[in-house]
Design a protein around this ligand. Sequence first.
Ligand code: COA
Length: 315
Amino acid sequence: MPSIPTSAIGARITGWGRALPPKVLTNHDLEAMMDTSDEWIRERTGIERRHIGGTTSGLSIESGRLALEMAGVDPSEIDALVLSTTTPDRTVPATSATVQNALGLKCGAFDVNAACSGFVYATVVAHGLIAMGSKKVLLIGTDTLARITDWDDRNTAILFADGSGAAVLEATEGPGQLLAWDLDADGSAEELLYCEIGGTIHMDGKEVFRRAVRIMIDSARKSMAIAGITADDLALVVPHQANIRIISAACDRLGVPMERAAVCINETGNTSSASIPLALFDAADKGRLSPGDLVLLVGFGAGMTAASAIIRWGV
Ligand code: COA
């Protein structure tokens, strides 16, 4: 298991932003579109409503701008833009190019695609850039899954939605916020959840559910072991917002009470790359985090990927 060299330069989050498209699609709206019910969707997924619309670049520009403003960082100071997305605006160029130009950044920009684990992957990549000399990195997680959802398929249409979350990471003296990380993938499971180019999402929901809990807790345990902490030390768990039953089962098996989980799936649905930053910064904006708190980010997604990170908030 790779661990962070003690000589590495650390980073801290100095600003963040969230963006959701204005259009809200409720479970009742879905009732009018397909054979489903508000009660079924709430009970089986925890989702009540979701936001849909906009483009990946548009939402990224919005969340990225808010993060820069909060950090008090001028766009010219950013050394790299890392955009996690599985729904780029175009195949080429990377959507980060559009975002870089619109935000007035003068730096390298690239996309990362690790499906719903993408934001944690991109967080690790951004810390790697800082360890290698970058001073300020803009990290964004955005997806517009509504565009690749089959709105006649009640198996998937009830789950997926659009959103974006962004953070400014700045190099810091000492080890910084990231204490440990783990990135996993099992490509042999790719047929469980996929979308062909130009197509819509296909999913074996039951099997994804079954594996999700296991791979999330496996990854989380690896990160906790590297950080030398236990579940009792965690102030907050920020899981991928895919299904409240997956979140609850994972917390249960990790031994973390649900009160210590960040949950916004009821409002957002599954926004893939945006899911973890939306939940993390929602918790931060609600005052749920204090300096020094240990936070577990843990995701899973198509691939099947899984990823986790332990961060010490506010260092
Ligand atoms: N509305 C109403 N009924 C529905 C329904 C819907 N949207 N979808 C399925 N059903 C019905 C089924 O037909 C079935 O009926 P039956 O018992 O008469 O045959 C019943 O509800 C149970 O279906 P099932 O597929 O077993 O439901 P489930 O409990 O597995 O829930 C998911 C389905 C998709 C919500 C769940 O499997 C899931 O969340 N999986 C993980 C998906 C995920 O996280 N994907 C993203 C990964 S990043």
